[in-house]
Design a protein around this ligand. Structure first.
Ligand code: AMP
Length: 309
């Protein structure tokens, strides 16, 4: 899988962070992170990326060079006086259980997404997990997108529900994890939740189930992506964002939103997520090759294959 010449750019808006993460298998301090970073690097395997976010003066140059080297355009990355957004988290042996230790918004507190003129024609847009009011500001600046996908989190479901519902009315695909889907729809059933979320507006709902795979639901399909049997997970941070980047990157590369292609995008998303967790920070995505992506995509097919009757 390499970027095809027909691939249209993906506009990605979200956090750029310095993460401090501890898992039972190691720890990193002030490592490159943020939802927009994970999703941009994952998407860049398929399509050019335009990243919109904010960092402080302490953000290391080497991270900027790394992102630029991946065909990620940084014209929309605001660099302002102050400290970069920092997040710290810790995982237990049950790697699905995460505890946020601290969130220092720093310059992120002042973030108002300004979409550069050259990005306003973007056809593929990913609104990573930020305040839904900012997600709406982004959409007001983008002219005529073909496909908009958004992510969110429990914090916004609790605190900014009305704005989030406004976002849902305007997007084609919503991506969230199982816990968030249950919380948003007040039901234990993911089947019901995916139906109720679609009633808000999006035609496609993708629910990520951590190490247990993902489901992609449309009015016609209920597709279930298997989990990839990894023996060791070093750090699950960013898996959901890597999923999002792989998913929308593949759609932008193919320009095809048929159900068949959405299924393939779900597997590419799962593939990128499974690589992401093999190392801390962007460690694994930085060394990943297109050939490895294709090989794992094929493995996913094998995992879910069974003979017909
Ligand atoms: P994920 O593991 O997919 O939930 O995403 C993890 C990334 O989200 C980390 O790299 C964090 O820097 C970033 N993050 C954590 N909290 C927030 C927040 N409140 N807003 C935006 N990004 C966040």
């Amino acid at each position: 899988m390499t970027q095809s010449t027909q691939a249209k750019p993906v506009l990605i808006v979200g956090s750029v962070a310095l993460d401090t993460v501890k898992t039972p298998f190691g720890e990193v301090r002030d490592a490159l992170g943020g939802a927009a970073v994970y999703s941009s690097v994952a998407a860049s395997f398929f399509a050019p990326v335009q990243l919109v976010g904010i960092v402080g003066t302490d953000f290391p140059e080497k991270h900027l060079r790394f992102l630029s080297s991946r065909n990620i355009d940084l014209a929309g990355l605001q660099r302002v006086k102050g400290k970069t957004f920092r997040w710290a988290g810790e995982y237990e042996y049950d790697i699905n259980k995460r505890r946020t230790l601290s969130t220092e918004l720093n310059v992120f507190e002042r973030f108002r997404p300004h979409i550069p003129e050259a990005y306003r024609d973007a056809k593929y847009v990913f609104l990573a997990n930020i305040d839904p009011e900012l997600q709406l500001e982004v959409l007001a600046q983008v002219k005529n997108p073909v496909l908009v996908m958004c992510d969110t989190m429990n914090f916004w479901i609790e605190g900014k529900r009305d704005a989030l519902i406004e976002v849902l009315k305007k997007v084609d695909i919503v991506l969230l994890n199982d816990e968030e889907a249950r919380q948003l729809c007040n039901t234990p059933s993911l089947v019901k939740a995916s139906r109720d979320i679609r009633a808000f507006g999006p035609s496609v709902v993708v629910i990520k189930k951590g190490e247990h795979g993902a489901i992609m639901v449309t009015d016609k399909a209920h597709f279930s992506a298997p989990s990839y049997p990894l023996e060791e997970v070093a750090d699950p941070t960013g898996a959901g964002d890597a999923f999002a980047g792989g998913f929308i990157g593949y759609i932008a590369a193919t320009g095809n939103t048929s159900e068949t292609n959405l299924r393939k995008a779900t597997i590419y998303g799962s593939t990128l997520a499974s690589f992401c967790v093999e190392d801390f920070s962007l460690g694994r995505l930085a060394t990943l090759s297109p050939e490895e992506i294709v090989a794992r995509y094929c493995e996913f097919r094998q995992i879910a294959f069974f003979e017909p009757l």
